[in-house]
Design a binder for this molecule. Structure first.
Ligand code: UTP
Length: 290
C-alpha cells in the first residue's frame, strides 16, 4: 500500500531548550531564515507525501499558524509591493494538507504517535520528530526510506552509527545485516549505558511504520523515563514481523538540543543559496582566529 501520510509529533515540553522554549515551541526556533519545523515539512513534501498530521499540545498553536493562510499579511505584502516575500509566505501555506490532533498529556513519543491513530487509519505512515533535521546530498531521508519500503513492505527505522560513549543518548538497534546499509532488527534497547551493547546503530527521528503499531502502543506500559516509548512497541512488533534498520545517506542534527541546534545552523547556513558564500567566508575567519 502506498505511504500517503506523515505524523510529526510536536507536543513535547522541550525542557532541554529552556528558557527559549518556555513561550515559543522549540520547533519554531529559527535555523537561518525559517523555523526547524518548516525544513521537516519540506522534506515530507519533497518525498511525495500527501497529508501531514501534527500531534500538538497547548502552547503549540504557532506551529499550525505558521503553515496557515494569513489574509492580513497576504494583503499587506501585496499592497506594499513585496512580491518575493509575498510568494515565499504564500508558498508556506500551500505546501501540503495539514491536520492537527492533540496529545492530551506529554506521556512520551509512543503516546504521541498513538494519539494520531484515528487520522492515520489502517495504512502505513511515516513519523518524523519535530526537532530532528537531516541534511542529505542526494535524496531526502524520507524518500530514501520510501524507496526501501517499496522493496521490503515492512516497518523501517532510520539509524546512524554513533560512538560507543554516546549509546546512552539513543535507542540502539541490534540486528543482522541483510543488505548494504540495512539490518533486520533483533533487539532494541532504549538509551543503554556505554559498554552494555556491542551495537553502535542508533535510531534517529525518522520511522516508517505499519499500522499494527497502534494496538502495540496501546498495550505498552511506561518505560524509560516513565514515558510510553515507541522503542518498546517497535520491539514487540519486531517479534511478529520483520523490522528493518536503515542507515540513511546524510547527516542528522538534533535541533531540540542546544549544541545540536548550533551545529544545524552552521550546516544549513553554509548551504544557504544567498547567504552561504558570505557565511563560509566568515566561518573561515572565525576558525582562523580560534
Ligand atoms: P523529545 O524527547 O526530543 O522532546 O521528543 P521533548 O520531550 O519535547 O524534549 P525534552 O527532552 O523535554 O527537551 C522528540 C519529539 O517528540 C515529541 C517532541 O515534541 C519532539 O518533537 N514529543 C515528545 C511529543 O509529541 N510528545 C511527547 O510526550 C514527547
Amino acid at each position: 500500500m502506498k505511504v500517503r501520510k506523515a505524523v510529526i509529533p510536536v507536543a513535547g515540553l522541550g525542557t532541554r531548550f529552556l528558557p527559549a522554549s518556555k513561550a515559543i515551541p522549540k520547533e519554531m526556533l529559527t535555523i537561518v531564515d525559517r523555523p526547524t519545523i518548516q525544513y521537516i515539512v519540506e522534506e515530507v513534501v519533497s518525498s511525495g507525501i500527501e497529508v501531514i498530521i501534527f500531534v500538538t499540545s497547548a502552547g503549540k498553536s504557532a506551529i499550525e499558524n505558521h503553515f496557515d493562510y494569513n489574509f492580513e499579511l497576504d494583503t499587506l505584502l501585496r499592497q506594499k509591493n513585496k512580491p518575493e516575500i509575498y510568494e515565499e509566505v504564500r508558498h508556506i501555506s500551500n505546501l501540503i494538507d495539514i491536520i492537527a490532533v492533540r496529545q492530551k498529556k506529554p506521556l512520551g513519543l509512543g503516546h504521541a504517535i498513538w494519539s494520531a491513530r484515528n487520522v492515520v487509519g489502517d495504512e502505513p505512515f511515516l513519523v518524523l520528530l519535530g526537532d530532528d533535521l537531516v541534511l542529505s546530498d542526494q535524496l531526502p531521508c524520507c524518500k530514501q526510506m520510501l524507496n526501501l519500503y517499496e522493496e521490503v513492505q515492512d516497518s523501517i527505522v532510520a539509524t546512524q552509527r554513533v560512538p560507543q560513549e554516546e549509546t546512552g543518548q539513543y535507542g540502539i538497534v541490534e540486528g543482522e545485516q541483510v543488505r548494504e546499509g540495512g539490518h533486520k532488527v533483533l533487539r532494541m534497547v532504549e538509551k543503554p549505558a556505554p559498554g552494555t551493547t556491542d551495537s553502535d546503530l542508533a535510531i534517529i527521528g525518522r520511522y516508517l511504520l505499519q499500522p499494527d503499531i497502534f494496538p502495540l502502543l496501546q498495550q505498552t506500559t511506561p518505560g524509560h523515563g516513565g514515558e510510553i516509548q515507541l522503542t518498546d512497541a517497535l520491539l514487540a512488533m519486531s517479534k511478529k514481523r520483520p523490522l528493518y534498520a536503515y542507515e540513511f545517506e546524510g547527516t542528522r542534527y538534533d535541533a531540540g538540543d542546544k549544541l545540536g541546534y548550533l551545529k544545524a545552523i552552521v550546516a544549513f547556513a553554509q548551504r544557504h543559496p544567498s547567504l552561504g558564500k558570505q557565511f563560509r567566508k566568515h566561518l573561515k575567519e572565525v576558525c582562523a582566529s580560534l
